[in-house]
Design a protein around this ligand. Structure first.
Ligand code: SF4
Ligand code: SF4
Length: 186
């Protein structure tokens, strides 16, 4: 996301709000946001986060649907409040950073050792619908002869695998038999 923001030229107001999603806490994301705002000449009017269901099925996996539905329900009042604050151009208190070890130490280690599309495979269940290609935010999935092929630019968001309604994608053996959770179009 920060790569995208760095590349894009924004017209109009320089006042900005950043709202992150996370599975538990955004750790020190606020510090990255502050740095980005300085680089882009943005005036940061606030940073906050909303807890969303976990979907990292190449790792810990997702929770039962009823747990995820509850997380979404509980997030609604906060989302409304954040939207009202932004609509009214009010200052949004900056969420305090969490432990730096997760963002600054573990994140680079994970990227160098675990974050790769090499583990993705497609099974015979694939219908060739092309949704995995559409859903990849990094354009890292291409349909070739009706089947997905993964490139090298993967951030392990799990949108391709979790969003495949045919459950035709696996990440090695790590995802076999695990439930998928994807909140999006059917
Ligand atoms: S989303 Fe699933 S079924 Fe559709 S093309 Fe991709 S792997 Fe095949
Ligand atoms: S995990 Fe995310 S970034 Fe990686 S290929 Fe799938 S959709 Fe793209």
């Amino acid at each position: 996301m920060d790569e995208y923001i760095r590349k894009v030229t924004f017209n109009g107001t320089k006042q900005s709000y950043f709202i992150g999603t996370c599975a538990a806490t955004p750790w020190v994301t606020v510090q990255y946001v502050e740095k980005l705002c300085v680089e882009k000449g943005f005036s940061l009017l606030g940073f906050n986060s909303v807890v969303m269901p976990q979907g990292y099925i190449a790792g810990g996996g997702t929770q039962p649907k009823e747990v995820n539905d509850k997380i979404l329900k509980e997030a609604e009042p906060k989302i409304v409040k954040l939207a009202e604050t932004i609509r009214d151009k009010q200052i949004l208190p900056k969420e305090q950073p969490g432990k730096a070890v997760m963002s600054k130490l573990l994140n680079p280690i994970m990227y160098s050792m675990m974050i790769s599309a090499k583990g993705f495979i497609v099974t015979d269940k694939c219908t060739g619908c092309g949704k995995c290609e559409e859903r990849c935010p990094l354009n890292n999935v291409k349909l070739i002869n009706g089947k997905p092929v993964w490139g090298k630019n993967c951030t392990h968001c799990m949108a391709c695998i979790a969003g495949c309604l045919a459950e035709a994608i696996e990440y090695g053996k790590k995802t076999q038999g695990k439930p998928r959770y994807y909140l999006g179009d059917e």
